[in-house]
Design a protein around this ligand. Structure first.
Ligand code: 0A1
Ligand code: ZN
Length: 885
């Protein structure tokens, strides 16, 4: 909690630490009420620094004893205040013995050492280690750790930490111990311990080199029937990293532990990954297809961090995207490869771009906009953002687009050759990519330093006489906080040209020097405006621009509706086929929003060309159902809002709903056929093909239920009653929850009764209701009084509060401002429990200036109410201050 004005930390102030730590030995006497931690550090002066003091950080820990080189330090030898312990005039070589006392059971922040359902867990990234002991808790201090855990044997039979188990045994008086040693140097944020009553599924796995390793997935008793998918995902990840990047698991043992109370998705602690249960536990009864896919990608993500993050780590937290952007890119590629088909890869790309547009583009256009490598922060936990992660991954992807897969691999090899075992910067990564390929990538640096989403405008001209087609690309980027002017970015724009049959033309780019014909050319836009000329273009083409979304930009391009329908039907680039459909829908919807804002009706009946295009997609049996599902889903309300200068959430909602109803009506017969054709009878399997069918079938159901008639209600009810997996069950329940079906209440009640023992399913139950169009603020307040609700568990808080505030715009933005008042109350309540979770919720209103004036005023008042709250954490304070600035 805050005692004074929080400090802003600047990237430009980076200085190497005065002392480096060589070894860390820790002894934990674990007790939920009072845990004692004895730490012995060996340090030596860092030749790269002229600092003279040893600087250690501590946060809420009680210092019991401090000894230097065998002698107790008196108050004259050190200063302690504001979370910093400074030891003056220390010799070259120092041994410190530090004893601290902490209170895990009282720790509701879930950072440092805490208790969840009676077991101990740690979370040290970014700055949680300092909640355990005093330490130079910064990622450029890498050391070897040896950890002794002691605890009651009955209550805590399992004692885990990083690395290898060296020794274990009894201590007498009912206590036992385990000694762990991590052979690799690591920063403190990768430290972890787990102690408690857990069980594990284990398998051995033989690496390419022939070495055998032990893999374990640890869960609470009763959950062993839900670990196989995580285990399989881990094995696939190990294999993939060997094959794609030549990277081998460097430990003899790799553990995953699931915990029900966790702030984020999972954490890549060396050899001891700790996971939110949501990203471990699955079986067909409790998990949806999306859950299965989420587990596969998060298990992969954490495993891939072992090289990109752990072996090579970040010099400071401004470089966070060095490990996160790269690791997200790696997990995206892995998931695409796991699907295996071209169309599956495209669907994965569409999903990732949807996330980017839904969450990152708004962030980049709002008051919290920051570069992929930020220049300053107040609370680093606020910078685990979609910009650092997802835009960071797009930036890494652009290297691959510019250098090719082989060139990218060369860059990766050089990166590890140069930096293995070190803490480095985003510049080091970029230089490895450049040097390995003999390229100058200095302009590419702007992707790290400039915030905001660039706009690329496309103009074309065809000269029939010359058989030449010219594409002029112009770029701009709107100002973001602290950055009024932007320099031109280095943007790869992948382009194809379609002939009148819809086939790819061979491309001859003027001046490229290559006689070889391609069908996709990567144009490198580096100036504010550039013209590219294609030769031997026999007829006027329809250009397909930014194929596979080759750069994270807004693309301004004038297509006619006919051209969009043509691209939607023919483009060989599946991403752009999807994109054309989205543009077509977006155009109609924006026109309707305008009509509604001017007092007209949201009459979607006149959307003929859109209906035709959607019908063609829905009835094309050659298409992959997963692709059809995405192509037939209208742009979300959030994505629509981004296109408008003034957001009226009610008009947007009304238009999207009208559009859905009109598509339901116009294509009713086709939806019914698609529903029947995409059933997946027999045993459940989460593979991409079956999941795609279920996705399309459930989309068909959702559209049909928009008609809110008996036939649709019966279809949903029957699906609910006969479901043999959670995807179908929740699909049917969501449809019912949005309808006036007579069985609605009963289905909701029965679902709860059937699954009340499964926390992750109860989360789904809350979240589905929170996002139902029938749920208003009063109904959410009522749900909060349900005995299963608690703000203390982040998953539960997210399932109800976040789902409502972020996922139910038409109700949340109630004209009387009651949604905002509710939001303020919850931010304030969460602030006292868990600042990190509170700050995430605080982000909900950061785009308040974009809304229509009446709502704006009410949002501002709610933000001001939060800002004026006493003992606000610096996490929440940073968000609301920047939002109001
Ligand atoms: N490095 C993790 C994300 C993570 C960050 C902070 C946490 O503490 C609250 C937990 C996890 C990842 O990228 O998976
Ligand atoms: Zn990560």
């Amino acid at each position: 909690m805050r005692t004074d004005t929080p400090q802003t930390i600047y990237r430009k102030d980076y200085a190497p630490p005065a002392y480096l730590v060589e070894t860390v030995e820790m002894g934990f006497d674990l007790d939920p009420d009072l845990t004692r931690v004895a730490t012995r550090l060996t340090l030596s002066r860092n030749p790269e620094s002229d600092g003279k003091s040893v600087v250690l950080y501590g946060d809420g820990v009680q210092l019991v004893q401090l000894r230097m080189n065998g002698r107790e330090l008196t108050r004259r030898g050190y200063a302690l205040g504001n979370g910093v312990l400074e030891i003056f005039n220390a010799p070259e070589q120092v041994t410190l013995e530090i004893e601290t006392a902490i209170h895990p059971a009282l720790n509701t922040s879930l950072m440092g050492l805490y208790v969840s359902n009676g077991n101990f867990f740690t979370q040290c990234e970014a700055e949680g280690f300092r909640k355990i002991t005093f330490f130079p808790d910064r990622p450029d201090v890498m050391a070897k750790y040896k950890v002794m855990l002691r605890a009651d044997k009955k209550k805590y039979p399992v004692l885990l930490s990083n690395g290898n188990l060296i020794e274990q045994g009894d201590l007498g008086d009912g206590r036992h111990y385990a000694l762990w040693e991590d052979p690799f140097k690591k920063p403190s944020y990768l430290f972890a311990l787990v102690a408690g009553s857990l069980v594990c599924q284990e398998e051995t796995c033989t690496l390419k080199s022939g070495r055998e390793v032990l893999l374990q997935v640890w869960v609470e008793e009763g959950n062993l029937d839900k670990t196989q998918h995580a285990m399989d995902s881990l094995k696939h990840s190990i294999r993939w990293d060997e094959e794609r990047y030549g990277l081998e698991l460097d430990l003899d043992r790799f553990m995953i532990v699931a915990v029900g109370d966790f702030n984020m998705g999972a954490m890549e602690n060396k050899g001891l990954n700790i996971f939110n249960t949501k990203y471990v536990l699955a079986n067909p009864r409790i998990a949806t297809d999306a859950d299965y896919a989420g587990i596969e990608s998060v298990v992969a993500h954490e495993y891939f961090h072992n090289w990109t993050g752990n072996r090579v780590t970040c010099r400071d937290w401004f470089q966070l995207s060095l490990k996160e952007g790269l690791t997200v890119f790696r997990d995206q590629e892995f998931s695409a490869d796991m699907i295996g088909t071209d169309s599956g890869r495209a669907v994965k790309r569409i999903e990732d771009v949807r996330v980017l547009r839904q969450a990152q583009f708004p962030e980049d256009a709002g008051p919290m906009a920051h570069p992929v490598r930020p220049d300053s922060y107040v609370e680093i936990n606020n910078f685990y953002t979609v910009t650092v992660y997802e835009k960071g991954a797009e930036v890494v992807r652009m290297y691959q687009t510019l250098l090719g897969r082989d060139g990218f691999r060369k860059g990766m090899d050089l990166y590890f050759e140069r930096h293995d075992g070190h803490a480095v910067t985003c510049d080091d990564f970029r230089l490895a990519m450049a040097d390995a390929n003999g390229r100058d990538l200095s302009q590419f640096e702007l992707w790290y330093s400039q915030a905001g989403t660039p706009r690329v405008k496309v103009e074309t001209a065809y000269d029939a006489g010359q058989e030449a087609f010219e594409i002029t690309l112009s770029q701009s980027c709107a100002p973001t906080p602290g950055q009024a002017e932007k320099k031109p970015f280095h943007i790869p724009v992948a382009v194809g040209l379609l002939d009148s049959q819809g086939l790819d033309m061979p491309l001859f780019l003027d001046g490229s020097g290559s006689a070889e014909a391609f069908t996709t050319a990567v144009l490198e836009l580096t100036e504010s405006s550039q013209t590219f000329r294609f030769k031997h273009v026999k007829e006027k083409p329809v250009p397909s621009v930014l194929r596979n979304f080759s750069a994270p930009v807004h693309l301004d391009i004038d297509y006619t509706e006919a051209e969009l329908a043509f691209l939607m039907a023919h483009d060989s680039d599946a991403f752009n086929r999807w994109e054309a459909g989205q543009r077509l829908a977006m155009r109609r919807m924006l026109a309707l929003v305008k009509t509604v804002r001017e007092g007209g009706q949201a009459d979607a009946g006149a959307a003929g060309p859109l209906h035709d295009a959607f019908r063609a997609t829905l009835t094309d049996s050659r298409l992959d159902p997963a692709f059809q599902e995405f192509a037939l889903t209208l742009p979300s309300e959030t994505v629509l809002a981004e296109q408008l200068d003034v957001v009226d959430p009610h008009a947007i909602h009304a238009v999207r709903q009208a559009m859905r109803r009109s598509l339901a009506q116009a294509l009713r017969g086709e939806w019914q056929i698609a529903y029947q054709a995409n059933r997946t009878p027999g045993e459940y399997s989460p593979d991409a093909e079956s999941a795609g069918k279920r996705g399309l079938k459930n989309l068909a159901l959702a559209y049909l239920v928009e008609l809110d008639d008996d036939a649709a209600h019966r279809l949903a009810q029957t699906q609910y009653d006969n479901a043999n997996n959670m995807t179908d069950r929740i699909g049917a329940l969501a449809a019912l929850a949005n309808s006036s079906a007579p069985g609605r209440e009963q289905a909701l009640a029965r679902f709860y009764e059937d699954f009340e023992q499964e926390a992750l399913v109860v989360d789904k139950w809350f979240s589905l209701q929170a996002m139902s169009r029938k749920t208003d603020v009063a109904a959410v307040r009522e749900l909060m009084r349900h005995p299963a609700f608690t703000l203390k568990n982040p998953n539960r808080a997210r399932s109800l509060i976040f789902s409502f505030c972020n996922g139910n715009p038409s109700q949340f933005h109630a004209a009387d401002g009651s949604g905002y008042e509710f939001w303020a109350e919850q931010v304030i309540a969460l602030n006292a429990i868990n600042p990190q979770v509170a700050a995430r919720l605080a982000r909900t209103l950061d785009r308040w200036r974009k809304y229509e004036p009446a709502l704006q005023q009410k949002m501002k008042a709610a933000l001001q109410k939060v800002a004026a709250t006493r003992s606000l954490s610096k996490d929440v304070l940073e968000v609301v201050t920047k939002s109001l600035a």
